[in-house]
Design a protein around this ligand. Structure first.
Ligand code: FES
Length: 100
């Protein structure tokens, strides 16, 4: 059975909206850490090439495996952005901005 990991509390929490689910997460952690720690299906995006699930790898802004839609803006590096109260986060499914 899935048991969500909750990062150690630093005394303050914020509420974020992850694809319609409200999550209470520690303040001062990155969006990538929040998603990996609280989501059942731990991936942040689907590959543009073959739709495989991708997840953060480097956590320092190099690999771009953590691209997510944050507050309506696609292609945000979730490993470099700290959570904020009320932030709306979605997985990035495919390549945004390319019309089919
Ligand atoms: S995890 Fe590598 S750029 Fe974000």
């Amino acid at each position: 059975m899935f048991k969500p990991f909750k990062p150690p509390a630093n005394g303050k929490e914020v509420t974020i909206d992850f694809e319609g689910t409200l999550l209470e997460v520690s303040q001062n952690i990155t969006v990538a850490a929040a998603v990996l720690g609280h989501a059942k299906k731990n991936f942040t995006r689907l590959s543009n090439v073959n739709s495989e699930k991708r997840a953060p790898c480097c956590f320092m802004g190099i690999c771009h495996e953590c691209l997510m839609e944050i507050d309506g803006i696609p292609n945000q590096q979730a490993c470099l952005i700290e959570v904020r109260e009320g932030m709306k986060i979605k997985r990035q499914l495919g390549h945004p901005g390319v019309e089919k």
